[in-house]
Ligand binder design. Sequence first.
Ligand code: DCP
Ligand code: MG
Length: 415
Amino acid sequence: MVADGDTGSLPGASHRIPDQIVFHADVDCFYAACERLRHPELVGEPVVIGMGYEDGEEHGAVATASYEAREYGVESAQSINEALDKLPRCETVDCRAETPCATYLPVDMEYYESVSDDVMSILEEYADSLRRVSIDEAYIDVTHRASWEDAATLARELKNRIRNEVGVTASVGGAPTMSAAKIASDYQKPNGLVMIPPEQLQKFLTDLPVEDVHGVGPVTADTLRKMGIKTAGDVRTFDVTELEREFGERGREIWLRSHGYDEREVTPMEDAKSISNETSLPATADMEVKREKIQALVDQVTTRATEKEVLYRTIGIKVVEPPFDVSTRERSLPAAVNEPELVEDIVFDLLEEFTETKARKVGVRVSNLSFGGKQARLTDWDVQSEDDVGNPYRGTDEKTHHTGRDGDTSLSDFS
Ligand code: DCP
Ligand code: MG
């Protein structure tokens, strides 16, 4: 049953739409917008910024493309070669050729960071608190700066100041929750302004594709679709316990977010290096027991990653044999993700090496974190050889083995 407008369908503090006003601001085609500041002749033209790209070369990947270049199918994470097939390189920066072409430029992080700082300083002026989540996006809490009646006016003022004082355009979304504010800022890009007051939140979410629900990655979206769930509205027709049965703790989160329940407050970003957890068990070689413990740890770690809007590139396990024999195994992926089912597959795969091992403690860790970015699609990932085509589990493995007191310095960042 769809519970539009129902903000209190179940008891408990988290089953309500919070009483706050959160904005999420995200600059449009950020790196390209920065380049346009110093190359005004590129305004309105197709521009492609390449990571690992050098002038005139063909290696590297697309970091971003201007909206004019996106019309030709150029997008982030494509190889430069693929982009060049869709849009050849312009002969000169002020090219006026008849056939469509794009200006390709290499990434210049130092410059983009200085533009980012200028955008963030303006956002800070409007914020009771600010959470910067990537180079071009931040959440701000404006609960005490506006009411829902004038929230759009405040957002417009903020956007105008960024455009006039920095020279880039930002899309801004406002909502009572962080997750909905992020969806709102993306909803009308570029130069978007979307406000979702509390009474409209559930209606807004009803038709939202399930892959856009906070915490749902491509693999989970696939499983949900197989269950007949295509939208957040469809999620709400399910009982929370059914989703918990299928996805564990994360099922509950998907259910909550689909209702617009998200209690998170805008707090400044912590500088975490990894997210991990570990648990003791009566020393045993029983794989069933080890798997069960690891499964619970995966749920806890990935739920924390989702709450913190963190992507990770490295996934690892730790196995402690009595008395103090510590082994770690980790695998690094070609791109950062937040994909709990993938974590589960990888940690179970890494655990295979310890089939015979008596373990008294096991741990799960995700590291190589990036904050607030968008996850690559599995198909975007670079594959390492012909055999690995389509195999997202392929990555680089690392092993360590260490005897000594568990928790020694070489492993101290594990917990
Ligand atoms: N970025 C990157 N590689 C990616 C995605 C993004 O290097 N796979 C970089 C380039 C982007 C910047 O991060 O300019 C900000 O990321 P966004 O996802 O906000 O993308 P854009 O700002 O470029 O476009 P949009 O208008 O969709 O926000
Ligand atoms: Mg952006």
